[in-house]
Write a protein that binds this ligand. Structure first.
Ligand code: 13P
Length: 262
């Protein structure tokens, strides 16, 4: 499994002012004693940070001049390039700050802000149009898991979110499987259970885009990932890494996850 892509992405949610965010990235660089290689990876792991919109510019300005191998992502995007959409941020604006990634359809956005597979699909298409890699999230609730609906629900989210995309589009695509009951609760999915769901996601991708795409799309697990459990997830055959919330907010705990993901 040495050859699989390994990706650790930090979703900072609504935490960190821009000064705090810059300090966190700088601390991370120091702590990791960054090893740059030609693939722009940190010792075999691609590291992405997704701060709030308000911190993107300061991180870009202060740190991205030197192109360190930590990559920048946003937590959401609107689907139009510009217009009278008060409060929204467009893919053009993200591109302007060299954002290479954007989280789309996180369960918190679906739960609190009414996002649906249709809006997720529009946002995914807008990101791809501007060559920003979507990190498209999916995940079942505890109720769905308990009544055995996990696989059917995840399938509907994957098919809905990728409607109208081509196999070519999927070359620039990441999926995050985040069971809602594991987010911020300290309860992780069992690595083998997460692996089973992620294998199912690959089957769904194969049905629409073919086997090559299904094998190549990186799929992350998210939900209470820590330095002490990341290696168990990385050891599973289908899991390429993690989307980390709480434990990505602190230099030491995020650095531990990155080190243990190698
Ligand atoms: P936690 O790591 O805090 O459980 O959050 C996971 C998550 O929602 C990442 O997007």
């Amino acid at each position: 499994m040495q050859d699989k892509r390994r990706i650790i992405a930090g979703n900072w949610k609504m935490y960190k002012t821009s000064k705090e965010a810059v300090a966190l990235v700088q601390g991370l660089e120091d702590k990791l004693d960054i090893l740059t290689n030609n693939d722009n990876e940190i010792d075999g792991v691609e590291v992405i940070v997704c701060p709030p919109f308000t911190a993107l510019k300061s991180i870009y300005t202060v740190l991205w001049q030197d192109k360190p191998p930590i990559k920048l992502g946003a937590q959401d995007v609107f689907w139009e390039d510009e217009g009278a959409y008060t409060g929204e941020v467009s893919p053009l604006m993200l591109k302007d700050l060299e954002c290479e990634f954007v989280i789309i359809g996180h369960s918190e956005r679906r739960t609190y802000f009414g996002e649906t597979d249709e809006t997720v699909n529009k946002k995914v298409k807008a990101a791809l149009k501007h060559r920003i890699t979507p990190i498209m999230c999916c995940g079942e609730s505890l109720e769905q898991r308990e009544v055995g609906e996990t696989q059917a629900f995840i399938e509907s989210q994957i098919l809905g979110g990728t409607e109208g995309l081509t196999a070519g589009d999927m070359k620039r695509f990441i999926i995050a499987y985040e069971p809602i009951w594991a987010i911020g609760t300290g309860k992780t999915a069992l690595p083998e259970d997460a692996n089973d769901v992620i294998r199912h996601i690959r089957t769904v991708l194969a049905s629409r885009f073919g086997d090559d795409v299904a094998k190549a799309v990186p799929i992350l697990y998210g939900g209470s990932v820590k330095g002490g459990n990341i290696a168990d997830f990385m050891a599973e055959s289908e899991i390429n890494g993690a989307l980390v919330g709480g434990a990505s907010l602190d230099v030491d705990s995020f650095a531990d996850i990155i080190k243990n993901a190698r």
